[in-house]
Ligand binder design. Structure first.
Ligand code: 6PG
Length: 266
């Protein structure tokens, strides 16, 4: 289980999914710029699925500010998780990101660190762990500290590829693991939850009415991370950000004005 330190959850409610994508693009651009100013580089881990695609497309649009605001030359991109499929497969998180973003921005190819979904799952996980150790120059018991981890959430409360009742929920010794998802009869690759919690900043980008109930259960309901793996996300920073559209936020306390809503978890 994550630390028992109190967690402050700040949630932004945008009118619609496009508004949520805008805010997510802004957070990514701002975080990358601040990281480069402070440390000369920005290391971000992104999720797949359908929700983040709109934010990636906004980051790449020439006529929008974020493309020119983002320090692409110093940005190093990693993945939170990947499906065990080849990189050009329709299900590939890498392929979605390549089509929506990477082919449209001047990011250096050597700074794009995809998970090798085409390999045997255990081998791909081991190779990604080695990549993280090399890129972050980690000591043996050290965790990589991303500047930003961008997460999504499934209707079953999963995040990354940490699905309810799967073995990876108990994985705290390795950085990246292969996880068999019985619900999908499929293998996935995922960062382990302690790595996600180590990040300087973590946000969930979630949109759509279908997610409203699971958001209530995860953030307002009882602690049950085996059933609700998104509850394992408890950043060491003590702060978790939610970027939501109104439909997904329907069961959270309403928020007035331009400030985010705040929940406290212990
Ligand atoms: C993936 C993602 C996964 C995703 C959720 C939500 O590989 O699918 O990393 O964790 O964030 O499944 O997906 P949607 O954004 O498509 O609802």
């Amino acid at each position: 289980m994550p630390t028992e330190k109190k967690l402050r959850i700040e949630y932004w409610i945008e009118d619609d999914a496009a508004g949520a994508a805008n805010r997510a693009a802004q957070i990514i651009a701002d975080t990358a710029r601040a990281a480069v100013e402070e440390r000369g580089r920005a290391r971000i881990a992104v999720s797949g699925g359908s929700t983040p695609e709109a934010a990636f497309r906004l980051l790449a649009k020439l006529e929008l500010p974020w493309r020119r605001q983002t320090p692409w030359e110093q940005l190093e991109l990693f993945w939170v998780d990947e499906r065990c499929v080849p990189p050009d497969h329709a299900e590939s998180n890498y392929r979605m990101t390549r089509d929506a973003l990477l082919d449209r921005v001047p990011i250096a190819i050597e700074n794009v660190h995809r998970m090798e979904g085409e390999l045997k799952p255990e081998l791909a996980a081991a190779r990604y762990e080695q990549l993280l150790r090399r890129e972050f120059e980690l000591q043996p018991d050290e965790l990589p500290r991303f500047d930003l981890v961008a997460l999504g959430m499934g209707e079953d409360g999963h995040t990354a590829s940490l699905f309810p009742g799967t073995a990876a929920l108990a994985e705290t010794g390795r950085l990246a693991v292969a996880n068999h998802i019985a619900q999908k009869d499929a293998w996935r690759l995922t960062l382990a939850w302690p790595v996600l919690n180590r990040a300087r900043q973590v946000f969930f980008l979630i949109a759509g009415a279908a997610k409203a109930e699971i958001i209530r259960e995860v953030f307002l309901g009882e602690r049950a991370p085996e059933r609700l793996p998104s509850q394992l996300i408890w950043p060491e920073s003590g702060l978790l950000t939610l970027v939501l559209d109104r439909a997904a936020a329907a069961q959270l306390p309403a928020v007035a004005g331009a400030e985010p809503g705040v929940l406290e978890r212990e």
